[in-house]
Design a protein around this ligand. Structure first.
Ligand SMILES: Cc1cc2nc3c(=O)[nH]c(=O)nc-3n(C[C@H](O)[C@H](O)[C@H](O)COP(=O)(O)OP(=O)(O)OC[C@H]3O[C@@H](n4cnc5c(N)ncnc54)[C@H](O)[C@@H]3O)c2cc1C
Length: 573
């Protein structure tokens, strides 16, 4: 079938929903999501959304901006960080007025708690800046925005899977989309496409991310000729449940939780004397691995403990109830009594599709790609630089999702409809047919496991040239083997065998792009730590990595960082 809408938003997480709320009711807008909307990954966000409201103690947006820039190891574009920090107050009060049930202070204002890397007075001490609804902040914001977009009459195509972008001479014309319930391939014609397809933690074996986080939007943009930015910067969150990766939010440490090694020592006192357990994620993840490497993991093994036992049953129930229940369900232990085994888990992608401050996707020469927008974790407005601070993602989604929506409304009338080429779905149909017709071949799951293991072993918290090259060789051979992948299920209805095989194309290509970008950056900055180049090198590397597909493979190039207020300086906590 062919559908037609002025604006197509792909992704029903907070970025897509916030953009939708802005445009709905004014333009003809449709939302497309490969999972049922409210199952989008934003619903898993636990700890909170950052904003210098100053409800619990003095705070200012300049301090928030500074923390964001320093947290990103000075790779953050400072114009973007300024918008983020300054607009946070309006964004959070707007959510409150839409009905988000934030926790309250005794005075009735929005309650706030401490989070990693958020400080007062330009780094002097931790500050309470995270607004939260217990430890289910993403869930309640998402339900509120979903209701709001439905109230405004948005059309939703749920369980529809984007498989191709239709571009005509560098301008968006529409999308090719697969309907999971029927197996039909549809063409959508539009004047604007917003990619809000989230992250791709599924590249790694241990991750806090859901199964849907396979980076389809990022890969499709790359395949269509867009450059990608800063793809080597992958965040590992220090406290995934050992062996599972399921997240124990930083909120646990924001409420007073502490990390302990095999000797029972609170080791972060040695690594970040100022902020201790509330240092940024990259700093703590490296500290955990250092402890493990030096034999101070629990019983000499590869995990450490998160200690919440001193917080008390009542406090845990009031502020960390979901986390407490995860611990009970997955580990069968009681966090009020027992120490929780944790290890770093892949959590967030700082890199993605480059955009300007209004969500417009930027091409190779920084030119705006007509009609194409990106927002949220799939985008790189470069507000997080080399390492994102906790609670800045939810803020990024609602601030830049809204800005994209506003820009769309401003320019929509000037955008002409671009005619669709003849049968734009042919390549996609042929690809699906090839997968279904192949009789013998390897299973996608086998290849995916090998990819995830190689990325985890050779390209996680610590990296070096030898290991990155090993991973690159593995991924290249998996890409060749992918050409022979076969599926068992040839049916039409909810064929997850087929969709998982299709998703693997995105994952393999994104792994390759991460590795190439990481090999090129011969320095250590934020989440990208090269054991063979342990120092940050501003002289040569204070610049964004850009990678673009060419006929001969790829082209790496660089773009300057926007520095407005804060000159780079050593990053100590
Ligand atoms: C466990 C956990 C806890 C977190 N806690 C916090 C927190 O407390 N504070 C904070 O600031 N950040 C937190 N984060 C990070 C934050 O939640 C994410 O970065 C953010 O939710 C991403 O939102 P998004 O809108 O970009 O994408 P998502 O919420 O991931 O949504 C992606 C959407 O795109 C759709 N999609 C993807 N591919 C396709 C396709 N091919 N076709 C159609 N649709 C597609 C999906 O169906 C989905 O609707 C947390 C992350 C995790 C994993």
């Amino acid at each position: 079938m062919e559908f037609k809408h002025d604006v197509l938003i792909v992704g029903a997480g907070l970025a897509g929903l916030r953009a939708a709320v802005e445009v709905a009711g004014v333009a003809d807008v449709a939302l497309i999501s490969k999972v049922f909307s409210t199952r989008s990954h934003s619903g898993a966000a636990q700890g909170g959304i950052a904003g210098a409201l100053g409800n619990e103690e003095p705070d200012s947006w300049e301090w928030h901006m500074y923390d964001t820039v320093k947290g990103g190891d000075f790779l953050t574009d400072q114009d973007a960080a300024e918008v983020l920090a300054q607009d946070a107050l309006r964004a959070i009060y707007e959510l409150e007025h839409m009905g988000v049930p934030f926790n309250r202070t005794p005075a009735g204002t929005i309650a706030q708690r401490a989070f990693g890397g958020h400080t007062r007075d330009f780094g002097k001490a931790p500050v309470k800046r995270a607004c939260h609804a217990a430890d289910r902040t993403g869930r309640v914001i998402m339900d509120t925005l979903y209701f709001e977009s439905l109230r405004k009459g948005i059309k939703v195509y749920e369980e529809f899977y984007l498989l191709d972008l239709i571009m005509q001479e560098n301008t968006v014309a529409g999308l090719v989309v697969y309907e999971l319930a029927t197996g039909a391939v549809h063409v959508f014609h539009s004047r604007v496409v917003v990619l809000a397809t989230g992250g791709f933690g599924k590249v790694y074996k241990t991750t806090s991310n859901c199964f849907a986080n396979t980076g389809d939007g990022v890969y499709l943009a790359y395949r269509a000729g867009m450059p990608l930015e800063d793809m080597e910067f992958v965040q590992f969150h220090p406290t995934g449940i050992y062996g599972l990766g399921v997240l124990i939010s930083e909120a646990a440490r924001g409420e007073g939780g502490m990390l302990r090694n095999g000797k029972g020592d609170r080791f972060m006192e040695r690594y970040a004397p100022g902020l201790k357990d509330l240092a940024p994620r990259d700093v703590i993840s490296r500290a955990i691995y250092d402890e493990i490497r030096e034999g101070r993991g629990i019983d000499g093994r590869d995990y450490i403990h998160l200690d919440l036992t001193h917080l008390g049953k009542e406090h845990l129930a009031a502020k960390l109830s979901d986390i407490s229940s995860f611990v009970r369900i997955y580990l069968g232990i009681d966090p009020a009594r027992d120490l929780i085994p944790v290890q770093p888990t892949c959590h967030y992608m700082m890199g993605g599709i480059p955009t300007n401050l209004d969500g417009q996707v930027l091409g190779e020469n920084q030119q705006v790609i007509q009609g194409l927008y990106a927002a949220g974790e799939c985008a790189c407005v470069s507000v997080h630089g080399a390492n994102r601070l906790g609670c800045n993602s939810l803020l990024d989604l609602v601030v830049f999702g809204r800005r994209a929506g506003k820009k769309i409304l401003q320019v929509l009338e000037s955008l002409a409809w671009v005619s669709l080429p003849d049968h734009p779905e042919m390549d996609t149909l042929a690809k699906i047919d090839r997968l279904k017709m192949r009789q013998d071949g390897e299973k996608a799951g086998v290849l995916r496991n090998e990819m995830q293991e190689a990325m985890m072993a050779y390209c996680s918290v610590f990296r070096n040239k030898k290991d990155l090259n090993k991973a690159l060789a593995t991924i290249q051979s998996l890409m060749e083997r992918y050409e022979g992948v076969a599926i068992d299920n040839r049916g039409l209805r909810f064929n997850t065998d087929l969709t998982e095989a299709l998703e693997l194309e995105s994952l393999l290509n994104l792994s390759y792009i991460i590795l190439v970008s990481a090999l090129a950056r011969e320095e250590s900055r934020g989440a990208h730590f090269r054991e063979d180049y342990p120092e940050r090198d501003d002289q040569n590397w204070l610049k964004h990595t850009m990678i673009r597909k060419t006929n001969d493979g790829y082209n790496l190039f660089y773009k300057p960082v926007t520095i407005t207020r804060f000159e780079p300086k050593p990053r100590v906590y």
